[in-house]
Design a protein around this ligand. Structure first.
Ligand code: UGA
Length: 438
């Protein structure tokens, strides 16, 4: 391999673009390839297809090492090392849809040449074997394969790339893993070298475990509500145990995004396809689905029938610091509320006012107080910092009934209550503890 040849990255979504720009930051030349002409045209003229904090600045700083193309021929002209970072959305069966991965790997194989293919996309265990068997079937023998899963969080992706907890590299031949490991020179992190199948499983197992932690704390929150305990304190008390750790114990209205829902489902299907019933993940998924709907129950308990009532959603994206709406709790919540006959208004700092295809009939406005105006209740769906700074006194004044359900336990209940709102969170346990048996 030529050490100074550029790295190729196929796919300019969150993962591909962040990977490309961070490798450029480490000093590599990088060619980004995407079949989407509009995306590449935008990137060439400095327009980013996604919002990721710090990415624009890093692109500016590395611009002379980055180039963009829609052509596989151009990509393969100079690049031997090719990262695949195309999406693997869920298929109708819940398995990962690998059609884009297959298209990319075959486009590369078909053009021949000695290459090292590095899989960044989240793919089911066994994909490396399948791709290489596919190459053999096509008569291609010069493409080496490495699995190098990503662990980037949207909103913190650059930091996660440059300061990772670990770098996982799975290879069929150690020398291929060595080449990929060398690309990360300059990053201080433990490198886990393993087989391809194990690397693929590390990715799924990590996401499934984090999702399990969230569903676990959400169930604890639901019990806290019944028995008068406070889940925030419970999580703090649990998290101080090093074996448990403080992360991903934030109770709320459930996880969303492009990764956890899809990957938990895909791991469950992967297990099922190989004859194992992954019982725990079934519960994790079910808890997450129900958690979104509990907010509707909370509203009904206070407002009675929701028919004709106005409910304002604060935050639509699946988490703050992103413009991503994939599998966001807000989508289910808005539709459920409308199903109950409620009128729904919404505000999100990243979603422009007006009609949005994911929220038919929802009045999206660009001022939170306008969304709250005349509302019978508000639900805080995404913990955007701006809601922490909102004038809650003004909010109470414009609402018909100043009721706030904090779906992320984000706000200080005392501050909100002092502003004149009725406040409820998730698992804050204001119920009386159960009585002693008589
Ligand atoms: C997740 C993982 O955290 C990354 O390590 C992984 O690389 C990525 O998926 C992926 O597979 O590509 P991401 O989906 O960007 O990253 O977002 P997270 O910050 O993990 O949050 C996921 C969801 O869980 C959000 O809806 C968030 O609100 C929710 N969450 C998170 C909770 O409800 N409670 C928590 O304690 C933590």
């Amino acid at each position: 391999m030529d050490g100074v040849a550029p790295i190729g990255v196929v796919g300019t979504g969150y993962v591909g673009l962040v990977t490309a720009v961070c490798f450029a930051h480490l000093g590599h030349r990088v060619v980004c390839m995407d079949v989407d002409e509009a995306k590449i045209a935008g990137l060439r003229s400095g327009r980013l297809p996604i919002y990721e904090p710090g990415l624009d600045k890093l692109i500016d700083d590395t611009t002379e090492r980055l180039s963009f193309t829609t052509s596989y021929d151009e990509l393969l002209e100079g690049c031997h090392i090719l990262f695949i970072a195309v999406d693997t959305p869920p298929s109708a069966s819940g398995d990962a849809d690998l059609s884009r991965v297959q298209r990319a790997t075959r486009e590369i194989a078909r053009r021949g040449g000695e290459r090292l293919m590095v899989m960044k996309s989240t793919v089911p265990v066994g994909t490396g074997e399948r791709v290489t068997a596919d190459f053999t079937g096509l008569g291609v023998s010069q493409i080496a394969y490495v699995s190098n899963p990503e662990f980037l969080r949207e909103g913190a992706a650059i930091q996660d790339f440059l300061e990772p907890d670990r770098i996982v590299i799975g290879s069929f031949r150690p020398e291929d893993g060595d080449v990929v490991e060398a690309l990360y020179r300059g990053i201080d992190a433990e490198v886990v070298r393993t087989s391809v199948a194990t690397a693929e499983m590390i990715k799924y197992a990590s996401n499934a475990f984090l999702a399990t932690k969230i569903s676990f704390i959400n169930e604890i929150a639901n019990v806290c509500e019944q028995v008068g305990a406070d889940v925030r304190e419970v999580a703090r008390g649990m998290g101080l145990d090093h074996r448990i750790g403080p992360h991903f114990l934030q109770a709320g209205i459930g996880y969303g995004g492009s990764c956890f829902p899809k990957d938990v489902q895909a791991l469950k299907q992967l297990a099922g396809n190989s004859g194992y019933h992954f019982q725990l993940l079934t519960a994790v998924l079910e808890v997450n689905a129900l958690q979104k709907r509990r907010v509707v129950t909370k509203l009904k308990q206070r407002l009675g029938r929701l028919h004709g009532k106005k409910v304002a959603l604060l935050g639509l994206t699946f988490k703050p610091n992103t413009d991503d709406l994939r599998e966001a709790a807000s989508i289910v919540l808005a539709a459920r509320l409308q199903g109950e006959g409620a009128r729904v208004s919404a505000h999100d700092p990243m979603i422009p006012a007006g009609e949005h295809p994911s929220f038919p009939g929802v009045a999206i406005v660009d001022d939170p107080l306008e969304a709250l105006s005349d509302a019978d209740a508000a639900v805080l769906v995404t913990e955007w910092p701006e809601y922490g700074r909102l004038d809650w006194g003004a909010a109470a004044a414009v609402m018909r009934r100043p009721l706030l359900i904090d779906g992320r336990n984000f706000l200080d209940p005392d501050v909100v209550a002092a502003s004149g709102l009725e406040y409820d969170g998730i698992g804050l346990g204001d119920a009386e503890p159960p009585a002693w048996p008589a």
